[in-house]
Design a protein around this ligand. Structure first.
Ligand SMILES: Nc1ncnc2c1ncn2[C@@H]1O[C@H](COP(=O)(O)OP(=O)(O)O)[C@@H](O)[C@H]1O
Ligand SMILES: [Mg+2]
Length: 340
C-alpha cells in the first residue's frame, strides 16, 4: 500500500509494498513511484483516471509489468481518502491465493457440471414418477384405512421429489438469456412484495435505494429468481423480528475481465441483500455457491447455485461477506448500454 500525496509524491509505503515493488521506503519517498512502471502501464492510467474522475477504482487480475521486465499478477485498487482532498491510497493485492475472479469462474464451472446432472435426473426420474403416483392412486381406491395412509405417503413423497426436480430444472435451461434494459428497482419491488406476502411476513424490510440508478442489462425472470432466492435465504437466517435490508448503489470503478477476452467490463450496479443473522457456518462459507451445499434442514443447496448461474449469465458476480455482524450478499451487474 502506497499513500500518495496530491502532488503524486509517495508519503508512505508499508513494508509489504517494499517487498512487492522491490524498493525501499526511503527510495520510494525520494524518487516517487512512477519510474517503477513503464510509460503505458495500466497502474499509471488507473491512478490518473482516479484523480481525474474523482472516483475509487479497482481493476482485478492485471498482469502488471515493472520497469526492468518483472511481471506480477495483481489487483490494483486506487482509493481516495475521506476528507483529504487529492490524497490517494494505491494498493496492490498480488494474486497468490485463489482469487475472487477465479472463485467466480469455479462457481460457474460447478453450476455447469450440475446442469448435466440435473438435466439427466429431471428426464430419467420425472417420467416414472407419474407412473408411481398413478399406481398409488389406483391402489388407494381399493385400500383400507391403513393402506390409504401408506398410499397417501407415497403420493406426498412423490410430489416432494417432483417439486425438487422442478427446481433443479432451473439449471437445465442452457439457452442464452435475452437481456434487455430493466429497472432494477422494479424487479426488487416485485420481489419484496412476494416476500412480504409470503415467507417474509414476520420480518421488516428496509430499502436504501439510489433512485438515480440507470437500467441494468438483464433478464427480468432471472433477476426476480436471483433476488427472491437471496431474500428467502436472508429471511431464513434472520432472527425473529429482524430486518432485511435491500440496498442499491452505483459503484464506479469495479471491473472484471470478461470471459475469453482481455476486455474489462465494468460492473457498476450493486445490489446488496443484508440480514442480521449469524452468517453461514464456517465450514461451508467458501462453498455456498456450489450446488447441493446446504446447512439447513430440508435445504436443497440449489438456491445460491442458481443465483451464481443466473448472475454469471448476466456477466456479473455475486459475493458473500460478513460486515459489522451482518450478512451481506452483494450482486454486481453491468449497465445497459446507452439507448440509441
Ligand atoms: N443469508 C444467509 N445467512 C446465513 N447463511 C446463509 C445465507 N444464505 C445462505 N446461507 C447458507 O448457504 C446455504 C445454501 O443456501 P442455498 O443455496 O439457498 O440452499 P438452501 O437454502 O436450500 O439450503 C444455506 O443452507 C445456508 O447455510
Ligand atoms: Mg436457499
Amino acid at each position: 500500500m502506497l499513500l500518495l500525496a496530491p502532488d503524486g509524491r509517495v508519503a508512505l509505503a508499508n513494508s509489504a509494498a517494499e517487498t512487492f515493488l522491490n524498493v525501499s521506503q526511503p527510495q520510494l519517498v525520494e524518487r516517487g513511484w512512477e519510474w517503477l512502471f513503464p510509460e503505458d502501464s495500466p497502474v499509471r492510467s488507473l491512478v490518473q483516471e482516479s484523480r481525474e474522475s474523482r472516483n475509487d477504482i479497482a481493476a482485478y487480475d492485471l498482469v502488471v509489468e515493472f520497469a526492468g521486465g518483472r511481471r506480477a499478477r495483481t489487483d490494483v485498487l486506487v482509493g481516495r481518502l475521506p476528507d483529504q482532498e487529492g490524497w490517494l491510497a494505491l494498493s496492490f493485492q498480488p494474486r497468490a491465493v485463489t482469487s475472487l475472479v477465479e472463485k467466480q469462474k469455479g462457481q460457474q464451472g460447478a453450476a455447469r457440471s450440475a446442469i448435466g446432472v440435473a438435466a439427466m435426473l429431471a428426464h430419467e426420474i420425472k417420467n416414472p414418477l407419474s407412473g408411481i403416483r398413478g399406481a398409488a392412486q389406483l391402489l388407494a381406491e381399493a385400500a383400507d384405512r391403513d393402506g390409504k395412509e401408506l398410499t397417501g405417503l407415497i403420493i406426498s413423497e412423490v410430489d416432494r421429489v417432483r417439486a425438487l426436480i422442478d427446481r433443479m430444472e432451473g439449471f437445465t435451461d442452457t439457452r442464452p438469456r435475452t437481456l434487455q434494459r430493466e429497472n432494477i428497482h422494479s424487479v426488487l419491488g416485485h420481489v419484496r412484495m412476494l416476500a412480504e406476502a409470503g415467507f417474509g411476513s414476520d420480518l421488516k424490510f428496509r430499502e436504501r435505494y439510489d433512485p438515480s440508478l440507470p437500467p441494468v442489462m438483464g433478464d427480468r425472470d432471472g433477476l426476480v429468481q436471483t433476488f427472491l432466492n437471496l431474500i428467502k435465504n436472508a429471511v431464513e437466517a434472520s432472527p425473529a423480528g429482524g430486518t432485511v435490508t435491500i440496498t442499491t448503489a452505483f459503484r464506479q470503478g469495479f471491473r472484471m475481465r470478461a470471459h475469453g477476452t482481455s476486455a474489462r467490463v465494468s460492473l457498476p450496479l450493486e445490489v446488496c441483500i443484508i440480514d442480521e443473522g449469524e452468517g453461514a457456518p464456517p465450514q461451508i462459507a467458501d462453498h455456498l455457491f456450489e450446488p447441493f451445499v446446504s446447512a439447513r434442514r430440508g435445504g436443497t443447496g440449489l438456491g445460491l447455485a442458481l443465483v451464481a448461474k443466473i448472475v454469471g449469465d448476466h456477466g456479473g458476480i455475486v459475493e458473500y461477506d460478513r460486515r459489522q455482524g451482518r450478512t451481506v450478499f452483494r450482486v454486481l451487474l453491468p449497465l445497459a448500454p446507452d439507448e440509441e
